[in-house]
Design a protein around this ligand. Structure first.
Ligand code: GLA
Length: 393
């Protein structure tokens, strides 16, 4: 099966027309690395690459799932209790987890089964959060199965994002924060989204695409540590919050720790925990500063916060690697690149850079050269425009 228009792809796959179609974008995060699961602040932007999900109901309880990315159909009888552990079919756990969550929340009529088709152009494993795009598109399409919901209806985007996030943490089993699902659901074109991962409050920050581009460099490197290190950092942050709660009181998560608290009690933390907390505290400050700078149209200041974020993720949070640092070094020495930092979990993956429109080609060429010469790595580069969040098609 080939990628393409979701209705046509659905008809090709199942020989009938879909009842509901939705699409959701991938995202980049300009600043705010590893703050979301500490109930902190982030500044993501949706990008113009989308995943579409088309659905039609069945009446026999069976769920059939197909993707233009994968050859095999996945079939389950009834909403499953546990994820599929066959590696080849594990992509289906994202939409299945969402259906389970929506059913439990009474948000979508999915209990009698359905046929589901996934298509789109969000690349997997490139740091653009293809999994959140798939989850959020599934949530909206399933919500759209209700005959009372028409294209153009206002979607309950926050509730769909929460269901998508619960699918990832509860069903798929990755202990991630809420950023990706919220960004894919709530972002809008020409804006970045200032998101408070504790209160779920948002502020829209204008991001005019006239003079600057957001460039994502996927190193295509994934060091073995990646998955376990993410969970290790989550655990270290919990431990540091508990320790600081003993000293200060009132600390549920590191969000409750500000710079003064940190400076006053840093000596009571082990050296690694001190570095982790310092990253989280200063990163929240950088998100506020970057959002203010972006509102004022000061792209240089946004870029400076990105470089600082990278240094903090590298030195204090210790989740960078040689290849990511090499890309940020190229950014630093290329005219017209105003900022860059690693994004995502770390130990491989991608760098997000803020680049003057006329410097994009030079930057990509220099990154290619540097990585192939220094590290025998061949990155792929995505030049992203801002885009609208989830919608019914
Ligand atoms: C991954 C997770 C996000 C976030 C980032 C780090 O992308 O999915 O929730 O924690 O890492 O900022």
């Amino acid at each position: 099966m080939t990628a393409g228009e979701p209705r046509a792809a659905f008809s090709e796959a199942y020989g009938r027309t879909p009842t509901a179609v939705a699409s959701a974008p991938g995202r980049v995060n300009l600043v705010g690395g590893h703050t979301d699961y500490n109930e902190g602040l982030v500044l993501p932007m949706a990008v113009d690459l989308r995943t579409a999900v088309a659905l039609a109901p069945r009446d026999d309880g069976r769920i059939r799932l197909r993707s233009t990315e994968f050859a095999d159909e996945v079939v389950v009888d009834g909403l499953p209790d546990d994820p599929i552990d066959d590696r080849d079919d594990s992509w289906a756990n994202y939409p299945l987890g969402v259906l389970v969550e929506l059913d439990a929340a009474g948000l979508a009529p999915v209990g009698d089964g359905l046929d589901l088709l996934v298509t789109g152009d969000v690349p997997q494993g490139a740091g653009l959060s293809s999994s959140a795009a798939l989850e959020v598109a599934t949530a909206a399409a399933a919500y759209g199965l209700d005959p009372g919901v028409e294209t153009g209806t206002d979607l309950p985007k926050g509730r769909l994002a929460e269901a998508a996030w619960r699918a990832e943490t509860g069903f798929v089993g990755l202990d991630c924060g809420i950023m990706d699902q919220y960004a894919s659901a709530l972002c809008r074109a020409d804006e970045a989204l200032f998101l408070d991962c504790r209160s779920r409050e948002t502020e829209r920050v204008p991001f005019p695409d006239d003079d600057y581009r957001v460039v994502v460099v996927d190193t295509r490197v994934e060091h073995e540590l990646a998955a376990s290190a993410y969970n290790d950092r989550v655990a270290e942050c919990r431990e540091a919050a508990e320790r600081l709660n003993d000293l200060l009181g009132g600390v549920d998560t590191l969000r409750d720790v500000d710079r003064d608290d940190f400076l006053a009690h840093a000596d009571h933390l082990s050296a690694p925990l001190r570095r982790r907390v310092r990253h989280v505290v200063t990163e929240n400050e950088r998100v506020r500063a970057a959002a203010a700078a972006l509102s004022a149209g000061d792209f240089d200041a946004v870029g400076d916060r990105m470089y600082e974020s990278h240094a903090s993720l590298r030195d204090d949070y210790e989740v960078s690697c040689r290849e990511l640092d090499a890309v940020v070094d190229v950014a630093w020495t290329t005219d017209g690149v105003v900022g860059a930092r690693m994004t995502g979990g770390g130990f491989g993956g991608s760098v997000v850079a803020l680049v003057a429109a006329d410097a994009v080609d030079e930057f990509s060429a220099r990154v290619d050269r540097a990585l192939s010469e220094e590290a025998d790595v061949h990155p792929r580069t995505f030049v992203c425009a801002s885009a609208e969040g989830v919608r019914l098609e």
